[in-house]
Design a protein around this ligand. Structure first.
Ligand SMILES: [Zn+2]
Length: 314
């Protein structure tokens, strides 16, 4: 649009009534949001452009699909866009994705998130699952330097299940027994001083159950900091790695200025506080939420380049 046309067009806006102005603003917001999402998606591919079918990097531009740049692989000749083979492939209403992401972080229910985004409840349910899928798969593969490990426990929730294997508990209730029990899910959280984070849902907290998770994760020259639980001593010995237990029950919190588990403990607290807003997470989706939290910790609000929040409350 030429500058003069644009000026005339702007002047005409004054003639719109309030309802029309609101509608226009809404349309522009939606468009801007969709463009923002598309920019982010395209950017994710531009950083590492390769064919999702064969891994080849020789690509040619091949029109567009679903408002995204389509590429064709020069080797296998498949066409694809930045979302092909990702959990978000073929989801519609991109203009609402940022709002939905925000709704997830705000811990809105499926129904409320649907309302905020103006989508059906079934769509909201599908989105929640898909949006949480990708972060669940991304965790640190190797810990370097000083790594802190600790177990944390979550009350098992049977949310969404029709037949409870036990008597229903009041929302936000407490476990009948402390420590590991059938009602608590143990999660092992490991974090190094560079912030690399990994977590594992455990079936128990003995060396036998924790070693398969820690073994591949810890570099051979890593220094493992844990509390005084005997299981870690066994694991460190089996893996031939240096171990610095901190005897917290004796009031020791830091050994020689550097060896402690305060980072992992602080992480656990933030995780618990954040999870509380979801009012009980179904046991089989816990890992998705753990993944979402890892992503938030890693990228902070950068996962959410929003100017405003959803405006909805939980
Ligand atoms: Zn290919």
């Amino acid at each position: 649009m030429k500058a003069l046309d644009f000026k005339t067009w702007l002047e005409q806006l004054n003639a719109l009534n309030r309802g029309q102005k609101d509608r226009l603003r809404h349309t522009l917001d939606r468009r801007e949001s969709a463009e923002e999402v598309i920019r982010m998606i395209e950017h994710s591919l531009q950083e590492k452009p390769l064919c999702p079918y064969c891994g080849n990097t020789q690509l040619q531009r091949w029109g567009t699909s679903c408002a995204l740049q389509r590429y064709r692989c020069r080797q296998c000749r498949h066409t694809f866009n930045a979302l092909t083979h990702t959990p978000l492939a073929r989801l519609r209403h991109k203009d609402q994705w940022l709002t939905y992401t925000r709704a997830l972080i705000d811990g809105l229910s499926v129904r409320k998130a649907a309302h905020c985004c103006g989508v059906a409840k079934n769509t909201s349910f599908k989105w929640r699952h898909r949006f949480l899928q990708s972060p669940a798969q991304q965790k640190a593969q190797k810990m370097q330097g000083i790594a802190e490990a600790d177990e944390t426990f979550f009350l098992e929730s049977f949310k969404g299940k029709r037949h409870l294997p036990r008597k229903a508990r009041k929302r936000g209730g407490k476990a009948a027994k402390r420590g590991t029990s059938a009602e608590q899910i143990a999660v092992l959280v490991v974090r190094d001083r560079d912030g690399a984070t990994a977590d594992f849902r455990l079936t128990g907290v003995s060396a036998k159950e924790m070693e398969p998770a820690l073994g591949p994760l810890l570099a051979t020259d890593v220094i493992l900091c844990t509390d005084g639980a005997a299981a870690y001593t066994v694991i460190a010995r089996n893996l031939h790695i240096e171990h610095r237990p901190v005897n917290i029950s004796q009031g020791v919190h830091v050994v020689r200025g550097a060896y402690h588990i305060q980072n992992v403990n602080a992480y656990d607290s933030r995780l618990k506080e954040w999870l509380a807003r979801f009012h009980g997470v179904a046991t089989d989706t816990l890992e998705s939420y753990l993944g979402w939290r890892r992503m938030l910790e890693r990228f902070g609000l950068k996962v959410l380049p929003l100017k405003t929040s959803t405006g909805c409350t939980s």
